[in-house]
Design a protein around this ligand. Structure first.
Ligand SMILES: O=C(O)CCC(=O)C(=O)O
Ligand SMILES: [Fe+2]
Length: 348
């Protein structure tokens, strides 16, 4: 899936490279790789100018957001600035001093205003209650009905391995309690077993109406396959990361419990180590929000909230990363800027 760490490595090291490049520009060095229509603006040379967030987008493109809401679209390979935009101010303001994750029993409209448009996490308790999956899905169900499907599990240190779902579920049992358990993350079940969908939400349900995916308004080749099942044994972990392509996510817990640890976008610089990766969460000095999802609960993780996830029990979840309305103009602008890039490979 490539989601873990991909963004924040770009935030720290990408930004430093860009800054070094901008400084070299100011010194009058030739600027190989600059797209002619857009050069690195001189204010990048300000040492104090550090981004507070970065949105990984199409290809290698990263959008760096600043405290004042300014946003620079940067092609990280060529280090050229491709567009200037503004981030929704709600994203930059989102922090844990405001209302954060909480129980929710309101209407779609309330959810939109208080969470989706405000970039505030939410826990929607028992919002998947009544889905047939809640009664049917456990490890035995998948071994019996989907055992012959080849899946790709994540092993130690992010290594991936293809194996039959039946064998993966067996391995989960054998390795229970060990370190770094294998974890089936991001299984795009709609390709292999689309019939599973009938066990989930229906048209007109909260999930269908509240979580509109604005990717659908971009050309079809840019609709990502960000709709997955996660199946993991108690103890399996998804390390701290930010979800790809500026997407919000919802995740509904079907079986077992999961703990989410969330950090606000405004704290992003505190989460990164010198080398550009994420620090272990135990070493992060800022406030975090911990939420335990019970079967039937759904969490809404807004774009750019970093999160770590741990299976507290043998766990099955369904999740969808979707593009929200307020980031759509930015993502569309990035898409157009990316599409308008000259067709040559700049020299580095
Ligand atoms: O449930 C998990 O282990 C991780 C889910 C998640 O954060 C993701 O899909 O991006
Ligand atoms: Fe995630």
């Amino acid at each position: 899936m490539g989601l873990v760490n991909s963004c924040c490595t770009s935030l720290a090291s990408g930004w430093r490279r860009l800054l070094a490049y901008a400084r070299s520009q100011a010194l009058g060095l030739p600027g190989p790789g600059v797209v002619p229509s857009a050069s690195a603006p001189s204010e990048l040379c300000e040492p104090s100018r550090e981004p507070v967030t970065a949105l990984p987008l199409f290809g290698e493109m990263v959008l760096y957001g600043f405290a004042d809401g300014e946003l620079l679209g940067v092609e990280s390979q060529t280090r050229a600035v491709l567009l200037r935009e503004r981030l929704p101010k709600e994203l930059l303001e989102a922090d844990l001093a405001r209302k954060s994750a909480r129980s929710f029993r309101g209407s779609v409209e309330t959810f939109r205003k208080q969470h989706l448009e405000a970039f505030r996490p939410a826990v929607l308790r028992q919002s998947a209650q009544g889905w047939p999956a809640m009664e049917k899905w456990d490890f035995e169900f998948f071994a019996k009905h989907c055992g012959d499907i080849e899946v790709e599990a994540t092993l130690r240190q992010g290594k991936r391995q293809k194996l039959l779902l039946r064998d993966y579920l067996n391995d989960c049992k054998l390795q229970a309690g060990g370190d770094e358990l294998p974890y089936l993350r991001g299984w795009y079940y709609q390709r292999d077993a689309p019939w599973l969908q009938k066990d989930l939400w229906e048209k007109g349900d909260f999930h269908d109406v509240a979580f509109q995916d604005w990717f659908k308004r971009l050309p079809a080749r840019h609709h990502p396959d960000f709709h997955w099942l996660f199946i993991g044994a108690a103890g399996a972990i998804t390390p701290l990361h930010i979800d790809p392509s500026a997407t919000h996510a919802w995740l509904s817990q079907i079986s077992g419990r999961k703990r989410f640890t969330l950090f606000a976008p405004s704290d992003l610089p505190e989460l990164l180590s010198e080398s550009g990766g994420f620090k272990p969460i135990a070493d992060i000095p800022v406030k975090r929000q911990e939420i335990v999802l019970e079967p039937g609960d759904t969490i809404f993780v807004p774009a750019h909230w970093a999160h770590q996830v741990e299976c507290l029990d043998d766990s099955i979840s369904v999740t969808w990363n979707f593009l929200g309305e307020s980031l759509f103009p930015t993502v569309r602008a990035a898409f157009l800027a990316n599409a308008a890039k000259p067709a040559y490979e700049p020299e580095l």
